[in-house]
Each structure stands twice: as structure tokens, then as C-alpha cells.
Design a protein around this ligand. Structure first.
Ligand code: GRF
Length: 224
């Protein structure tokens, strides 16, 4: 489990659903474009497609059903214990539809990342594509960011933009954004595994250069 002389980074992926972003990580790790190994996939919902994707890739897949816990704190504490058992280097939220407590986030801050389907800080929360269409925006996109206790408010690392067409439904726009998500999320993970991205005191550095608040903008050049 090494790349060159370096050990592969240990990655945990948290999901709640289809897991298409998870699949992009599975593929990238298999191809070697992410120097990481997915140690486990954890879902808060049983029976979701992402669990099948993990099983098909022989990755341990674990269900921690939030409905079995009395409180958000108890769920998060149990989740953290499972995650800590893998001593991960990176924890990836990939369509994980649970608000995490400050206690959870603070213990993993700096190695916990999320992808959000909007150009943050625009449209945190849900229904991002519909909101962008209704606002008459001409551009939408996705943002990979470090997670901090503020919901969808952590410092951005990388954004990808797509046009909004006048004919777009939210479903069509979501599909266009998702294609970009599958490019930028593994790319950020690779930067992280290579030590090229860090967050220090709430500021992101890429190759030791401070990243502006909205994150870097993805282009084909970003992949180098
Ligand atoms: C993606 O749009 C992601 O940005 C959002 O949830 C969705 C997850 O999709 N956080 P998938 O489960 O990875 O297919």
C-alpha cells in the first residue's frame, strides 16, 4: 500500500445515497490518479446504491443508521469512533445528508472535505440547482471545501463552473454539474494526498500559496 516510498493515504467516504461521487473516488484510486486507499464507506441510510458500489469494489461498507440513535450527538460520537478505528488521513463527505455536530467537525477539522453542488457562498443548503435557475443565474457549478462547523461555510478549495441554459430543468442542470463534481472531487483528494492542499487557521493553501475565499477555479490546466 505505497506510492513510491510514501504510504497511500487512508480515506473514509461518508454517503447517504447514490454514491456517484464515491464511484469517482473508487475509480481514481484504482487507476492511481488518487494516491489513496478507501478504507471504508459509511452510510447513514441502509440499502442505498453507494453501498453496492463499495461492495462491488471490495471496500468494507458499513451502515450507521441515524434513526437508531436518540440524539445527533450520540450518532456523531458513534460515527467518530468507527472512523477513528481506521486512523484515516482524509474523510470525504460524498452526498452525506446529515448535519454534523460541531464536536464531530472539530475533531476532524483540516482532514474533512465536502462537495456542494453550487458556487459557494451562493446557495448553501438544499435545492441549489432550482434556486440558481429561479434567480436567473447564467452560471452554476460545484465547490469542494474543507468542512467547518458552519454548514456549507468552510473555506473553498476548488470550484467548477457550468453554464445554465435557458431550457434547463433542475434535473438537467444537476446532471451537468455532477459531471464536473466527478472531476474536481478526486482531483482535490489527490492534491490533499500529495500534501499540496492544507487548511491552516481557516485559510487554504495550495502549493503553499493562499487560496482566495471562493477557491481555485477548475480548468483543464488544474489537473497538472
Ligand atoms: C452531489 O450533487 C453532491 O454535490 C451533493 O450530493 C450529491 C451526491 O450525489 N453533496 P452522489 O450520491 O455522489 O451521486
Amino acid at each position: 500500500m505505497t506510492v513510491g516510498d510514501q504510504p497511500l493515504s487512508k480515506i473514509i467516504v461518508l454517503i447517504s445515497g447514490s454514491g456517484s461521487n464515491l464511484q469517482s473516488f473508487i475509480d481514481a484510486c484504482e487507476e492511481g490518479s488518487v494516491d489513496g486507499k478507501i478504507m471504508a464507506v459509511i452510510s447513514n441510510r441502509p440499502g442505498v446504491k453507494g453501498l453496492d458500489r463499495a461492495a462491488a469494489a471490495n471496500i468494507p461498507n458499513i451502515v450507521v443508521d441515524h434513526r437508531a440513535f436518540e440524539s445527533r450527538e450520540e450518532f456523531d460520537q458513534y460515527l467518530a469512533e468507527i472512523i477513528n478505528g481506521f486512523t484515516p488521513d482524509l474523510i470525504v463527505l460524498a452526498g452525506f445528508m446529515r448535519i454534523l455536530t460541531d464536536g464531530f467537525v472539530n475533531q476532524f477539522v483540516g482532514k474533512l472535505i465536502n462537495i456542494h453542488p453550487s458556487l459557494l457562498p451562493s446557495y448553501p443548503g438544499l435545492n441549489t440547482h432550482q434556486r440558481a435557475i429561479e434567480a436567473g443565474d447564467s452560471v452554476a457549478g460545484a465547490t469542494v471545501h474543507f468542512v467547518t462547523p458552519e454548514l456549507d461555510g468552510g473555506p473553498a478549495i476548488l470550484q467548477a463552473q457550468v453554464p445554465i441554459l435557458s431550457t434547463d430543468s433542475s434535473v438537467e442542470l444537476a446532471a451537468r454539474v455532477l459531471i464536473e463534481e466527478h472531476k474536481i472531487y478526486p482531483l482535490v483528494a489527490q492534491w490533499y494526498c500529495q500534501g499540496r492542499i492544507i487548511m491552516d487557521k481557516g485559510i487554504v493553501f495550495h502549493d503553499s500559496v493562499e487560496v482566495e475565499k471562493s477557491g481555485l477555479l477548475f480548468s483543464s490546466e488544474s489537473e497538472h
